[in-house]
Design a protein around this ligand. Structure first.
Ligand code: NAP
Ligand code: GDD
Length: 346
């Protein structure tokens, strides 16, 4: 009998990879999407006819109840969140509503509609913040450094509390940074890989960045969604750190990405004070031993392979080799501009 999964955040990076994985395992996949005046389905376009989308919003508890009543899921993956750290200083209350209280709304809806389902919460290494030990494990204390990190810590503990109070199968994966060619353009990896490709192609001249000394444990999103699924197949609910165990600076990432297209970063990269954060997370590196031991999970993609994959995808997209949505938009705008110029010249 095929299982049914309900995924919030299905239009995001992780939601799209998780949907791919669940479909490959013959799940019925329901994805929750927010109503928008323009569709935002680029990452799930290739599987649109194989999944069922239900409108709902983490801000609206009644929409969550109705969505779960319709999907009747065996597994719930709560991936939706306001996930960009700098935005959390500009919109701290909204971030708390989505990223913190949204978890409670979904857990309460699950309790009311399908208490026997299994629940996955997307916790984050941002909760470790000003780290108390290196590497970070499931027992490292939290010291979040942004409203986003604080909201994630709430989501983490409310999930643990649901497990302890109501005996729900509710778990958190404490995932370290994970990236892919589907990563949002504002996150540092994608910003850098896209810029390296664009500069190589003569489409961009410079790249502004903030703190080059920050260090992150970067893995591949495709590997990490497999860990989420494995957590919900265990006999007993348990939280896990998911990481590679290696850490690199933003500077190393820049050098690697630019070297892969044979461009000298020093000629193009500038530091902008506006991109320095009010409080920084200087060093993240996770210890995935428990996941290796109990989930038989380990990452398959190295940092070097990840950067290479992302630069190549951006290069292909921008050069039109596999004309992607962003490149198509850029080209259409250029065509409109040149037609307008030609008309006004007449
Ligand atoms: P993402 O690409 O930013 O996707 C976020 C998703 O959440 C989008 O589908 C977005 O929908 C949806 N969403 C936002 N607010 C919502 C609301 N109020 N109601 C319903 N849906 C809403 O994030 P990601 O990188 O895939 O990350 C997935 C989850 O893992 C997030 O919770 C993130 O905080 C967490 N996490 C990520 C990482 C990482 O390195 N990627 C590491 C640790 C934890 P729209 O398309 O409509 O905006
Ligand atoms: N975004 C961005 N843009 N970051 C920059 C820039 C820049 O121009 N320049 C330097 N950085 C540094 C940031 O200061 C930070 O230390 C690091 O690059 C990584 O930034 P992001 O890629 O924005 O990711 P993040 O670590 O803040 O958050 C991501 O990972 C978390 C897990 O640790 C997000 O995906 C979160 O949702 C996730 O929870």
């Amino acid at each position: 009998m095929p299982k049914t999964a309900f995924v919030t955040g299905i239009t995001g990076q992780d939601g799209s990879y998780l949907a791919d994985l669940l479909l490959s395992k013959d799940y019925h996949v329901f994805g929750m999407v927010r109503r928008s005046s323009t569709e935002n389905f680029a990452r799930i376009e290739h599987i649109r006819d194989r999944i069922t989308l239900i409108q709902g919003d983490l801000l609206d508890a009644s929409s969550l109840i109705k969505a779960l009543e319709r999907a009747k899921p065996d597994e719930i993956y709560n991936l939706a969140a306001q996930s960009f750290v700098p935005t959390s200083w500009d919109q701290p209350i909204l971030t708390g509503e989505f990223t913190a209280l949204g978890v409670t709304r979904l857990l309460e809806a699950m309790r009311a509609v399908c208490p026997d389902a299994r629940f996955y919460q997307a916790s984050s290494s941002e909760m470790f913040g000003k780290v108390r030990e290196v590497p970070q494990t499931e027992t490292t204390p939290f010291h979040p450094r942004s409203p986003y990190g604080v909201a994630k810590a709430y989501g983490h503990y409310i999930t643990l509390n649901a497990r302890e109070s109501y005996d729900l199968f509710a778990v958190s994966g404490i995932l370290f940074n994970h990236e892919s060619p589907r990563r949002g353009l504002e996150f540092v990896t994608r910003k850098i890989t896209r810029a390296a490709a664009a500069i190589k192609l003569g489409l961009q001249d410079s790249l502004e960045l903030g703190n080059l000394d920050a260090r992150r444990d970067w893995g591949f999103a495709g590997d990490y969604v497999d860990a989420m699924w494995r957590m919900l197949q265990q006999d007993a609910p348990q939280d896990y750190v998911i990481a590679t165990g290696s850490t690199h600076s933003v500077r190393t990432l820049v050098n690697l990405a630019f070297a892969s297209v044979d461009v000298n970063p020093e000629a193009h990269v500038r530091i902008s004070a506006a991109l320095i954060r009010p409080a920084e997370v200087d060093l993240l590196v996770g210890d995935p031993s428990r996941a290796k031991r109990e989930l038989a999970w380990s990452p398959n993609t190295s940092f070097e392979q990840l950067v290479e994959m992302m630069v190549r995808a951006d290069y292909d997209d921008l050069s039109g080799t596999h004309l992607g949505a962003t490149a198509r938009q850029t080209r259409t705008l250029k065509t409109i501009k040149s037609r307008r110029n030609a008309l006004s010249a007449k």
